[in-house]
Write a protein that binds this ligand. Structure first.
Ligand code: PMP
Length: 427
């Protein structure tokens, strides 16, 4: 039983002592006390089905026993920095991680977060090419330090920091974009940006395969091959941000970029990689990785024994429990059931995504695609009261983000859709 402070007391403390920039979901924010696989529990022991944990890091399920064991055992033995000593955890995990990547993506640099991973990737690309210009997609999120905030392309995540040399390409968004699902047409904008906005050479192109914070926007088919081809011709490197779409989440593939049949020069990852433990990584080729030897470069806790032991346990669980297959089967079923809600309710404008990374966009007018922001918040609150947690995103805040732990079952999917159905009916 929980004998700690109430949600109201925690909220009051938070208001007094924590940054006013911190935000939360729900009119009455949830005090989560315990977690077990796809469930979260509040201070009263009430159980919630967590269909948003995937985004907040959890891929194998909250407190998965194998991952907890790996963390506890390594913590008891040693937790330290690996910058000046050897330790098997970091090397074992690097070996296992690269075995999951195609081509010559064989060298890892560990960080503590997705922002750090993307900052490093952008710097590597600039060092390797000697160029400064970066192209990223409108509606993208890549982090909130100076460089990654520049590459991020939604004004609500951007402060007025220096963002030199960043160009934002047309978003290949099949629902809201001007060219529908024709990926190659959108990619022409990348070529145009190179020709009209740069010297003709660029450092890098960075993108998610399925935009997460942007509202589960799966890039139009054919986009990445065409965009990568323009970037390569301009001497740039292609960076795949797999912070959300990686680690088996899409079901059909282990990495999001694989859904478009491309092989990037650099892959960045975080969140799911550690199942809740702060961990990020940049993976690239031996040749490109050489640029970091020009100076001394380190990250004190990047690749520390505890986090990398957790990472290795996560990979083993994904394999052992066939979580990719589960994401595919349960995700396809869930998407099908959610798509049926579109036939039932005018307010459901679009259902999209892949595997256990699904978006449901609410609009008050299907023709004009007017964002139904208030309705989105209302349904989320209702669903929470029914015991189901989902996320929201998109530039207009009108897209449900459904990204549960990969151990989600068909029964969970049914419960989620029934709760959404009931809440939509009551709108
Ligand atoms: N890239 C993507 C696609 C993300 O969604 C996020 C975080 N939501 C980041 C990078 C940044 O990761 P972090 O918050 O760990 O810095």
């Amino acid at each position: 039983p929980y004998d700690g402070p109430s949600a109201d007391e925690i909220l009051a403390k938070r208001k007094q002592y924590l940054s006013p920039s911190m935000f939360y979901f729900y009119q009455k924010p949830l005090n989560v006390v315990d977690g077990k696989m796809q469930y979260l529990f509040d201070e009263n022991g009430r159980r919630y089905l967590d269909a948003f944990g995937g985004i907040a890091t959890v891929c194998c399920g909250h407190c998965h026993p194998d991952v907890v064991d790996a963390i506890v055992n390594q913590t008891k033995r040693l937790q330290h920095s690996t910058i000046v000593y050897l330790n098997r955890a970091i090397s074992d995990f690097a070996e296992a991680l690269t075995s999951k990547l195609p081509g010559n993506l064989k060298v890892v640099f560990f960080t503590n977060s997705g922002t750090e991973a993307n900052e490093l990737a952008l710097m590597i690309a600039r060092l390797y090419t000697g160029c400064h210009d970066i192209i990223s997609l409108r509606n993208a999120y890549h982090g909130n330090a100076a460089g990654t905030m520049g590459a991020t392309a939604q004004c609500n995540w951007k402060f007025n920091v220096v963002q030199s040399g960043v160009h934002h390409a047309l978003n290949p968004d099949p629902y809201r974009g001007v060219f529908g699902s024709d990926g190659e047409k959108y990619a022409r904008d990348v070529q145009d940006l190179i020709e009209f906005g740069t010297s003709g050479n660029v450092a890098a192109f960075i993108s998610e395969a399925i935009q997460g914070i942007g509202g589960i926007v799966e890039l139009a088919p054919g986009y990445l091959p065409a965009a990568y081809s323009s970037i390569k011709k301009a001497g740039g490197l292609c960076i795949a941000d797999e912070v959300q779409s990686g680690f088996a989440r899409t079901g059909s593939h282990f990495w999001g970029f694989e859904t478009q049949g491309v092989v990037p020069d650099i892959v960045t990852m975080a969140k799911g990689i550690g199942n809740g433990i702060p961990l990020g990584a940049v993976v690239t080729t031996p040749e490109i990785s050489e640029v970091l030897t020009r100076r001394s470069y380190f990250n004190t806790f990047g690749g520390n024994p505890v986090c990398t032991a957790a990472g290795l346990a996560v990979l083993n669980v994904i394999e052992k429990e066939k979580l990719q297959e589960n994401a595919f089967i349960v995700g396809s079923y869930l998407k099908e059931r959610l798509a049926a809600l579109k036939d039932k309710y005018e307010v459901v404008g679009d259902v999209r995504g892949r595997g256990l990374m699904i978006g449901v966009e609410l609009v008050t007018d299907r023709q004009l695609k007017t964002p139904a922001k208030t309705e989105t918040l209302h349904v989320m609150d209702q669903m929470k009261d029914l015991g189901v947690l989902i996320g929201k995103g998109g530039y207009y805040g009108n897209v449900f983000r459904i990204t549960p732990p990969l151990c989600f079952t068909k029964e969970d999917a049914d419960f989620l859709v029934d709760a959404m159905d009931y809440s939509l009916a009551k709108l």
